[in-house]
Structure formats: structure tokens, C-alpha cells
Design a protein around this ligand. Structure first.
Ligand code: ZN
Length: 532
């Protein structure tokens, strides 16, 4: 009894001493040999992925940058991550510079020569119709790849036909039936040689050869803006673009000026409706449509946010590993595969590590970006604010150990590309080695600093170790940016497996003595020269 009490007193004393100096305890944190079993158990018995997806997609989607939906999704994610006891959960503002915009109502019908409903989406940052508009259709047959002069001549020719009409902007796009089914899962044998220790580094991206434009040819953006101006100046009621994709897929992006005064109400009509109406017009029939659009603008959207939370590190706490995905989406559906599921997986990976009680040596942070779809704007702002660039580094530039990005839908994570020298791929390859049974093929390095596909390129552009997760494509070609991007298209098992691999990989990285190898100063690839 006495002995027991003494032991109790000693252990209490020890506990007090240790809790007075948590850093010292944590400094002794060693790699947990049971980590993989713990991660697997937490990921499979307490998964929050589908609940997170449900909130981000069903409750708050779509999440267009600047919209109250996105802000609500961000607020919810922060609240949730606080409930999971993650630290430092907060929103970081950045200057989007445009108001928020949402479409509240939109419907349309063909009312003559037949009656039927139409399937379309509204182009973002365009104005509402003035109530329900009913009008005849006029189809512009625009000159191909015009110069300003050719476009002007065409406009002069048709300008008295525009007022009070619904305008089809161009000929219908013909999409032949595709008889080759796209790949849904990568084949192990094909994937492995690209990511195993013998893999050659990714070839440097060479600029895609574009046909030389004819003298004075307008670029697509300028030509488009000229069409918008012409339609406004001549009192068109609605502009209709062809979605140009099969099976009713619609991708509606934005009025690139973000200025509602520079466009007429604009819809993207499914290719099948656009084609049918074009054929009726070609028969010489008069076609009338009825369209109603109500959009709303939110001035406060000028400030956007990135949502951040973390598990603080111990002896290397000022070194950081970031897991990221973008919270914003396009507005044609609920942005489930692009990229609510990516946010759900990254949040889950951090939740798992917190729940199993690890104390990583480095800080592990999650960052849910905004403005990705408008040009990686949120992650660019974050990198600029916190890290600067290789050419102009801030003090923390050397403290980022790796940025992991996931942004290609629901598919299982299969491999990793890291920006850096070949040595940078080695720790990653070792980290994912135990997960061959979940389909992980390995890791490889790449050198290009072009900004592009997703937020990892905001980091690699700055010379920082941006890491892109390669995923099985599943049906991302159908859901990506389209009206089909919904909760139903997510494969729960794939998302859970990805979260397991991500949690285990970042834990391993966070526990290493050395940080991820970077390019030596003299080896850093130059920034790409901006295209004219
Ligand atoms: Zn995306």
C-alpha cells in the first residue's frame, strides 16, 4: 500500500514536471511504430469524410469565390476543425477584388415552334434578366478567328437584327459519339515504372505549339469581350453560348471582366438543346424562348478567405508541412469532386492524426484555398504573404517542408510528384512504400515552375516543394467543372484510402531529422517567361 502510494507520488511529481515543460517531452517524441495500424483504425471506424463532403457540397455548395456560400462553408470547416481540437483554426483574408455573385433562379423554355424545357446554367458575374423575357432567337454565325476589322464588318452587317432578341453566339459545336471509353483506374504495371526508384524525372514541360495566328487575329478573350460589348450596345436580351459537351454536360465559367455592366444576361445551354434549336432555325422556322434569370451580387465578397488549422509541432515546430485543397468551386453543381472531396480528405488526414494523439516534430497544417478556379488566387496570396519566392524569399521560405495538394476528384491517391531534385522523391517514395496494398505506386520529382493546374503550382512556381497527388481518374472528365459534379459521384472507399496514405505520409515527413531536399541555389530552374 505504502509502496504504491510512493510510486503514485513519484509519478504525479514526474507528471507535473513533464507538463511544466511539454516541449521537452515532445522533444523525445520518436516515430510511433504502430502508426499505420492506428491511422487505419481511426480512418475506417470514425471517418468524417462523407459527413464533411455532405456539408461542403449539399449544405453550402456551390461555393463560388466571394459568395456567401463559400464563406459559410469556410466558417463551418473552421468550427468543425476546432471541434476536432485542431489548433490555430482561423480564416486568413486576401483581396479578391471582385464582388461575390450567385445565381438564385434560372429557368427557360422553348415556346415556339414547339414547347419544351431547356437545360442550361448561367455564366457567373453576368446580370439578371429583366423579369421573364420572351423573345425570338437570332443566331450569329461569327467569322472564324476574326480580326477586329472582320468582326466589326460582321457586326455592322447584323446590328439591326439584335435589339430585343435572344442571341445564339455562334454555330452549334458538333461532338461525335465517342466509342473509346476513358480510363477510370490506372493500371499498376503502367504506373509503377514512373514512380519507382529507377523512374526518370518528369520531362520539363515544353510549351504547347500553337498555330501561328493570322495577322491581327483577336485572342479568344478579346473577341468574346467584343461580342459582349456589341450585344449590350445593341440591346440584346440574353446571350446563349453552346455548352459544346456531350450527354448534357455543361461547364459555365465566368464573365472574365467580373463586371456585370459589361455583359448581357448570359447562359450556357446544353449542346443538345443548342443543336436542336440551331437545326430548327436552319429550317427557316421562327424560334421563341422564354427565359428567367435572377442573380445576386455581394459587395463584401471583395475579401476572400483561406481556411487554416494545424497540429503544432514539437522540437521542429517552426517547420511546417501543409496539406491543401481548394474550397471554392464553379457554380454549375455542388463542387463535390472539385474539390469538396479534396478538402474532406485533407481535413480528415489531420483529424486522424489528432485523434490518435501523435505529437509530430514539425507542424502539420491544413489550408483550404479560395479563388483557385479564378487563377489559384488564394494560394498565390498565401505564398506571397508567408513565403515570398526563391528570387525574393521571406524568412519562413526555408521553413516549409512540403505542400501536398489534392485536386483531381474522388479517385484513390496512387502516386506523388514533388517539385525538387531527384533526392526529394526518395523520402516520399519511402513514406508511401508501405501503402502499395492501397495502390500507391511511389513518387517522382519534376522541375517545371509554370503556374497552372492547381494550388501546388503556386508553391512550385515560388521554388517551394509543392507536391501533387496523382489520383485514379474515375469519371472526373464528366464531373470536372460541370453540372454533374455532385455528392453521388464520390467513392467513399477511395477517399478513405487516400486519407490514410496522406496521414501516414505527412506523419513520416514530420518526424524526419532532415527536411525534404530542395534544389541547390545554382540548380533552381528559372521562372518561365510569361507568355505575351
Ligand atoms: Zn479543382
Amino acid at each position: 500500500m505504502k509502496e504504491k502510494r510512493a510510486a503514485k507520488t513519484i509519478s504525479l511529481l514526474l507528471f507535473c514536471l513533464l507538463s511544466l515543460n511539454p516541449l521537452r517531452v515532445h522533444a523525445q517524441e520518436r516515430f510511433d511504430p504502430d502508426i499505420d495500424a492506428k491511422i487505419f483504425k481511426e480512418a475506417t471506424t470514425n471517418s468524417q469524410i462523407m459527413r464533411t463532403l455532405h456539408y461542403l457540397a449539399d449544405v453550402y455548395g456551390p461555393r463560388l469565390t466571394g459568395s456567401p456560400n463559400l464563406k459559410a462553408a469556410d466558417d463551418w470547416a473552421i468550427m468543425e476543425m476546432k471541434k476536432w481540437s485542431l489548433s490555430n483554426a482561423h480564416l486568413e483574408p486576401w483581396d479578391f477584388g471582385h464582388p461575390g455573385w450567385i445565381n438564385e433562379r434560372a429557368y427557360g423554355h422553348i415556346i415556339a415552334p414547339v414547347e419544351d424545357s431547356l437545360t442550361f446554367k448561367v455564366l457567373a458575374w453576368t446580370p439578371s434578366t429583366n423579369g421573364v423575357v420572351t423573345a425570338q432567337v437570332y443566331q450569329m454565325i461569327l467569322p472564324a478567328k476574326p480580326t477586329q476589322e472582320e468582326l466589326g464588318t460582321y457586326f455592322d452587317h447584323i446590328k439591326d437584327k439584335i435589339k430585343g432578341k435572344i442571341i445564339f453566339a455562334g454555330k452549334p459545336i458538333v461532338r461525335p459519339v465517342n466509342l473509346t471509353p476513358p480510363t477510370t483506374r490506372f493500371n499498376d504495371e503502367e504506373l509503377r515504372p514512373n514512380f519507382d526508384p529507377n523512374a526518370k524525372p518528369a520531362p520539363e514541360a515544353s510549351p504547347v505549339p500553337t498555330p501561328t495566328p493570322k495577322a491581327g487575329q483577336l485572342d479568344a478573350r478579346t473577341a468574346n469581350a467584343s461580342i459582349d460589348k456589341f450585344l449590350r450596345d445593341n440591346d440584346a436580351l440574353v446571350r446563349v453560348n453552346d455548352a459544346g459537351r456531350p450527354y448534357g454536360q455543361i461547364r459555365a465559367f465566368d464573365n472574365e471582366t467580373f463586371d456585370l455592366a459589361k455583359a448581357v444576361p448570359t447562359i450556357v445551354l446544353r449542346n443538345e438543346d443548342y443543336g436542336r434549336i440551331s437545326r430548327l432555325l436552319a429550317d427557316g422556322l421562327a424560334v421563341s424562348l422564354e427565359i428567367f434569370i435572377r442573380n445576386r451580387v455581394f459587395p463584401e465578397g471583395i475579401t476572400a478567405f483561406n481556411a487554416i488549422a494545424e497540429i503544432p509541432g514539437t522540437d521542429k515546430r517552426d517547420e511546417v508541412i501543409i496539406l491543401g485543397a481548394h474550397m471554392d468551386s464553379w457554380h454549375s453543381a455542388t463542387g463535390a469532386t472539385d474539390n469538396a472531396i479534396g478538402c474532406a480528405m485533407m481535413m480528415e488526414a489531420l483529424r486522424i492524426l489528432k485523434a490518435i494523439g501523435v505529437h509530430p516534430r514539425r507542424t502539420i497544417r491544413v489550408a483550404l484555398w479560395s479563388g483557385e478556379e479564378e487563377g489559384l488566387l488564394g494560394s498565390q496570396a498565401y505564398v506571397k504573404e508567408h513565403y515570398g519566392s526563391f528570387e525574393n524569399p521571406k524568412p519562413d521560405y526555408f521553413k516549409l517542408d512540403g505542400y501536398f495538394n489534392i485536386d483531381t476528384g474522388t479517385g484513390r491517391a496512387r502516386a506523388m510528384w514533388v517539385f525538387g531534385p531527384p533526392e526529394a522523391a526518395i523520402p516520399l517514395r519511402e513514406a508511401v512504400g508501405p501503402f502499395a496494398y492501397l495502390g500507391m505506386a511511389g513518387a517522382n520529382n519534376f522541375r517545371g515552375r509554370e503556374p497552372g493546374s492547381s494550388d501546388n503550382t503556386s508553391f512550385s512556381q515560388a521554388g517551394l516543394p509543392g507536391i501533387r497527388l496523382v489520383q485514379d481518374p474515375i469519371d472526373y472528365g464528366y464531373t470536372w467543372h460541370t453540372n454533374l459534379d455532385t455528392y453521388e459521384r464520390v467513392i467513399e472507399e477511395d477517399a478513405k484510402k487516400s486519407a490514410i496514405v496522406i496521414a501516414a505520409t505527412v506523419y513520416r515527413l514530420a518526424m524526419r531529422d532532415d527536411s525534404l531536399p530542395r534544389f541547390k541555389r545554382e540548380e533552381m530552374p528559372p521562372l518561365p517567361t510569361p507568355s505575351p
